[in-house]
Each structure stands twice: as C-alpha cells, then as structure tokens.
Design a protein around this ligand. Structure first.
Ligand SMILES: Cc1ncc(COP(=O)(O)O)c(C=O)c1O
Length: 306
C-alpha cells in the first residue's frame, strides 16, 4: 500500500509512472525493474525499504545497481524502517531517503526527515519548470536549510525539539544496538506465533521487516472481534490488513519504544486467550514458552560473541 502511495503521488504530479509489482508478502525483484526499464528513459526508481502493509523488507543494494544501469535516481521510503533496520544512506547511495518521526524513532508524528544526495540536488536545481507544490519544493526548502537561510516556511519548533530528544535517545542506545533489539524482539514474537500454530504472510525470514509482523488469520477466527478483545481486555492494538488482504492478516507492530520484551510476551499471552475464546486450539503457554526460549538463545549468542 505505501509503495503504491508513492506511485499515486507521482501520478498526481503528472509523472509517467510504471508500476512493478510483487505478490503480497514478497519484495519486488530488481530484475523486474531492469526488464521494465530497459530501453526507456527512467528518471527515478522508488521503493519502500519497509512495507508496513505487508511487513516486507526490501534490500536496497540490487535497486541501486539497476538505478545506475538506467541512469535513474533512487528514492527510498524508510518511514517504517529508519532506526530499526540497517540502513546506510551514503554507502547504498540513496539519492532521496525520506522517513517519518513517529515510528521507530518514536517522536511525535508530523515530521518527515529527508536526505538528498548531491546528484539529486543537481537534478532539482536544473529543473526548467517550477515544482507545483510550494511546500514540497525542495529547491526552495534547501535554500532555507542551507547557508542562505532564506525563509520558506515556519518550522514546527516544538516538534523539532521532540525529534532532537528522540534522536538523542537513539544515539544513547546506539544505532546497531537498536537494530539488534528490533531483530531479537521480532524473532521472539515469530517463535511464539509459530509455536501457537499461526502462519506468517512473509515466508522467507530475510524478507521480514523487523518492525511489522504480518500473521495469517486462521480460518474460523473473527478478525474484528479478536482485535477488539485485545484492545478492550489487554489494552493492545494490532492492525488489520488493507485492500485485498483485509480480513486475511493481522499486523503486529514492534517499533522504536514499543519493541520491548514485555510487549512481546504480553501480546502472545493475550493472543492465546483471545484465540482460545474463539475456539482455536492452542496448547497452553506454547507461544510465551517459545518466545522465552528464543530470548534465552539470543542472550547466550550475545554473551558468546562478547
Ligand atoms: C512505509 C510507509 N510509508 C509512508 C507512510 C505514510 O506516513 P504518514 O502516515 O506519516 O503520512 C507510512 C505510514 O504508516 C508508512 O508505513
């Protein structure tokens, strides 16, 4: 859905856009972009590193290679992945990388951190026509951020202070430690879900986005009823699916501040209770037990590597 949103935004800006798709639960293959773009003048390739609607993680490297071959800029949405998943904007040479403040950074919503490479900046500066949107015109916004400090908009100062504090916490924890925390918590969640007999939408472990785990809703279980019970009885909100996978998946978010051991163990125990109430057979404590084992395994591995 969010990769599709990028397509929709580009269409509304009167760009000619070609969609390259993958089945839900799988990342797009860079070779499909290569085939689609061959012989065409492609200005930009856009993708979401973390696709929140399906819990799919896309590896950026292959797309950079295709972008180089096609002479295109690479634009990456990291709204659901920044500060949770390894990302190296400079090494991966992402031309435009944008994110959101409210997910794994865990600051208030309302800001979109963005980086622009010198190649992309040059492309913007050479534009012959003006950008239709005043507020999304980076050519003028960049003059505000740059040494000229030319007024472009009123900055949301209170939000920027909140973002600064959230970033300070990221630095205090350490980026690599934070990536590892997200990985370990998701592994424990997955171990628990699978031990309860649940299946995941994303089959290949390396394609799984650590911040969002998409679980297949078992047959006979009422999606809305279960999510309402989780909220009413346990104060836990999990999300449903969008579009063609609405009613087929649940999405469990573990991002930023919320990616914590107590949350993993609580959601597994609560899910077990709600599933049992709907007649789904779960062997008692299987989910929490498997998650605890997964944590113990991760702690032993970390101690050995120290
Ligand atoms: C991957 C991704 N891109 C873009 C967005 C849109 O962000 P916002 O809701 O802040 O506009 C979201 C929101 O969930 C997202 O998950």
């Amino acid at each position: 859905m969010f990769s599709e949103r990028m397509y929709e935004i580009a269409m509304r800006a009167s760009s000619r856009v070609t969609k390259v798709e993958a089945p839900n639960g799988k990342p797009v293959d860079p070779d499909d972009i290569r085939r689609t773009g061959k012989g065409k003048k492609i200005k930009m390739i856009g993708l979401a590193q973390g696709e929140t609607s399906t819990g799919v993680l896309t590896t950026i490297d292959g797309f950079r290679k295709v972008a180089d071959e096609l002479g295109a800029l690479l634009v990456v949405d990291t709204v659901a992945s920044l500060a949770a998943v390894p990302l190296d904007v400079d090494r991966e040479r992402v031309d435009v990388c944008f994110s959101g403040s409210q997910k794994a950074i865990s600051a208030p919503p309302g800001m979109s951190p963005i980086t622009v490479s010198s190649t992309a900046e040059e492309v913007f500066r050479k534009r012959k026509s003006k950008v239709q949107s005043w507020y999304f015109d980076l050519t003028t916004a960049m003059n505000y951020w740059g040494k000229d400090r030319l007024y472009h908009h009123t900055p949301p100062i209170s939000l920027i202070f909140a973002l600064r504090e959230a970033m300070r916490l990221v630095v205090e924890e350490g980026l690599e430690t934070r990536w590892e925390r997200h990985r370990v918590n998701q592994l424990a969640l997955i171990a628990g879900l699978q031990a309860m007999g649940l299946k995941l939408l994303v089959e290949k472990p390396s394609d799984r986005l650590p911040t969002v785990t998409a679980v297949m809703i078992p047959g006979g279980v009422d999606d809305g009823k279960l999510r309402n019970q989780l909220l009413d009885e346990f104060n836990i909100e999990i999300a449903g699916g969008f579009g063609p996978i609405k009613g087929k998946i649940w999405r469990i978010g573990l991002m930023g501040y919320s990616s914590q051991k107590p949350n993993v163990l609580l959601v597994l125990a609560a899910l077990e209770k709600c599933l049992i109430d709907q007649g789904f057979r779960v062997s008692s404590g299987a989910g929490v037990g498997a998650a605890v084992e997964s944590y113990t395994h991760a702690e032993t591995a970390a101690a050995v590597s120290r």
